[in-house]
Design a protein around this ligand. Structure first.
Ligand SMILES: [Fe+2]
Length: 269
């Protein structure tokens, strides 16, 4: 078997040293400020769970080991830029600071994390990291980039939703900066956000003005999922209902919730 090893196999074998190098970089972030430290810790834990989610999604579809390992690498790297972002700007709001996916690409480059990976494998990983926080993956992308991006985007969204419902149900509201983004704690729904949800589209984060908008953006994640496993997990955990329960009760919010729930149910038929 060893004799038949291809370039592609060589790329897979680099998971351990890359995982080690990235973890080492991440572990350099400490703060005496309890809030900053908490946010570093939460991001570290988020990355671990997104790696597990990506692995789980990859296993649920008919893909080879190369894709599975590439998905884990993309998940490992996707939020590497969050630490320096929070250290510098004390926010996870990209609009108010910098695009954290672009920071991650810079770090990958500066630290040579993917330097040993063959180009044909490195390219989709880098693109998946770049696209993970964008409104959509460009339609003209290659099948490899599309698949890896979709796995990462679903894996990330699944964890964000899990954590969001936990966070919003806590007494101590919004202790995790990733779930407040310094937005107004208002029941108001911005027009552009409501319009996107009504047409089953992921809204642009730049249109968010209130926490209610943010929760609706999270609800709209169901319009940008790609794998059956993702829908079935959201359905099984009752994520949409839990999210809805933390939102102001209005006909508009109820209608958007109802639509999202039906959308999930329809994917599972
Ligand atoms: Fe993430």
């Amino acid at each position: 078997m060893e004799d038949n090893m291809t370039n592609t196999d060589a790329g897979i074998m680099l998971w351990q040293p890359i995982h080690h190098a990235v973890n080492q970089y991440i572990s350099t972030f400490h703060s005496n400020d309890v809030n900053i430290q908490l946010n570093f810790d939460l991001k570290r834990e988020h990355i671990s769970r997104v790696i597990q989610n990506a692995e789980m999604i990859a296993l649920s579809i008919d893909c080879d080991e190369t894709v599975r390992e590439s998905a884990r690498l993309a998940a490992l790297l996707h939020d590497a830029g969050r630490f320096i972002q929070f250290q510098q700007y004390q926010t996870y709001n990209d609009e108010q600071s910098e695009d954290h996916a672009i920071i991650a690409l810079r770090l990958i480059d500066q630290n040579n994390w993917l330097a040993e990976i063959p180009e044909e494998l490195r390219h989709p990983i880098i693109k998946a990291v770049e696209y993970h926080n964008k409104l959509a993956v460009p339609k003209n992308e290659t099948a490899e980039v599309m698949l890896l991006s979709n796995i990462l985007r679903d894996a990330d969204k699944l964890d964000i939703l899990d954590q969001a419902v936990k966070e919003y149900s806590l007494q101590n509201k919004n202790r995790n900066s990733a779930f407040s983004l310094d937005l107004e704690p208002s029941p108001m729904v911005s027009k552009a956000i409501a319009k996107s949800l009504a047409s089953k589209k992921l809204p642009s984060k730049s249109d968010m003005k209130t926490i209610t908008d943010f929760k609706l953006v999270q609800m709209a994640f169901v319009y940008d999922l790609h794998f059956k496993l993702s829908y079935s997990l959201i359905n099984k955990k009752g994520i949409l209902k839990q999210l809805f329960d933390t939102m102001p009760k209005s006909d508009q919010v109820f209608e958007l919730y109802r639509k999202a729930r039906i959308h999930v149910e329809n994917q599972l038929i």
